[in-house]
Design a protein around this ligand. Sequence first.
Ligand code: NAD
Ligand code: WQD
Length: 346
Amino acid sequence: MQVLVTGGAGYIGSHTILELLRAELDVIAVDNLSNSKEVALQRVAQISGRSFACHNIDLRDGAALNMVFEEYDIEAVIHLAGLKVVDESIQQPLDYYDNNLMSTLRLCEVMAYHDVKKLLFSSSAMVYGEPQSVPISEDSPRDATSPYGMTKIIIEDILADLYAADKTWEISLLRYFNPAGADKSGLIGEDPKGVLSSLLPYVSQVAIGNLPRLCVFGNDYPTKDGTGIRDYVHVSDLAEAHLAALYASEPGVEVYNLGTGKGYSVLQVIEAFSNASARPVPYNIAKRRSGDVPASYADTTKAKTKLGWRATRGLAEICEDTWRWQSQNPNGYEVYSVKVNKNIQA
Ligand code: NAD
Ligand code: WQD
């Protein structure tokens, strides 16, 4: 099967392509490298020992995207491309609406033109806003608390309307909880540009000494130790879930929560990371971060029963694998890529 992966050079995209290649699927990556570097894809080829195509284009360029569909016999699309930082979306809403919505509309138009109707979409647990109860099931109400979360809700509704108009579409809406960790090789991992926002990369930077300490955003939440609880799912587990969703794809629109079903507090993550790295992780208690919710973790029943998928890697493994990536790559991918279309050679 030939699978197009949009956002393929990104954190989740690179790990997903790796698992597709390991499963002997053929991959075409598309990425504008706005938040990634091509070296990540070169390392994916190195780890897997397999070559694949990469096209450095912006999904909003419909003509360029159409050329990619003309060149390959694409059978399915995993749509990961998008801007994803909550705070940034609040500062720059138009960038988020333009990028995330227009790239999805162009993609769906080109897919329909080429009669490619199998689509996995990267949604997020952020669509639930402040959950009314935990664990969160797929039928929990949606409530965006940021332009970023709203782009995910709007895209989910666009795709539902697309299926209502043409019942041959096979659409899986994958609501990721908190992806974390890195491939065991230590060669690929999370390499966020700009300001760090999510917990694991921040803790990792403190452990390696690039940052002096972690600010814990509030310890007065109604949780076991007062700090925020999240469902950290290993990025390799998440990548494997995409394979399961591809194989389970059928006409319709299916929503899946992709998490572990377990929640860990910030202080528990700090302790786990310190154990994994044998490094101290100094921190101070700061005030709550606006928009944060006390607790969020998944009801994983549907993914288990319908996809036959569940996460098998726990918090300790997430921390060990993150530390291996971080200590082998103290400054991330650091090599700055030249933007070209090419075959990524193993
Ligand atoms: P990432 O930024 O590492 O990867 C996204 C990739 O998309 C980047 O390589 C970027 O260059 C590319 N891209 C962005 N806009 C593009 C465009 N218009 N055309 C072509 N390429 C474009 O982010 P990630 O963490 O790998 O997330 C992947 C997807 O998963 C995103 O849609 C994100 O919203 C979603 N998601 C991420 C998380 C998380 O915490 N990482 C959680 C839930 C959902
Ligand atoms: C986890 C916990 C913080 C950093 C993330 C992304 C967001 C979205 C969903 C795409 C919370 C605490 C964090 C720090 C801290 N991505 N924390 N100090 O809040 O679920 O959102 O996933 O959909 O863009 O940010 O996860 O990693 O930001 O925070 O105390 O320096 O760690 O308060 O309780 P969150 P997170």
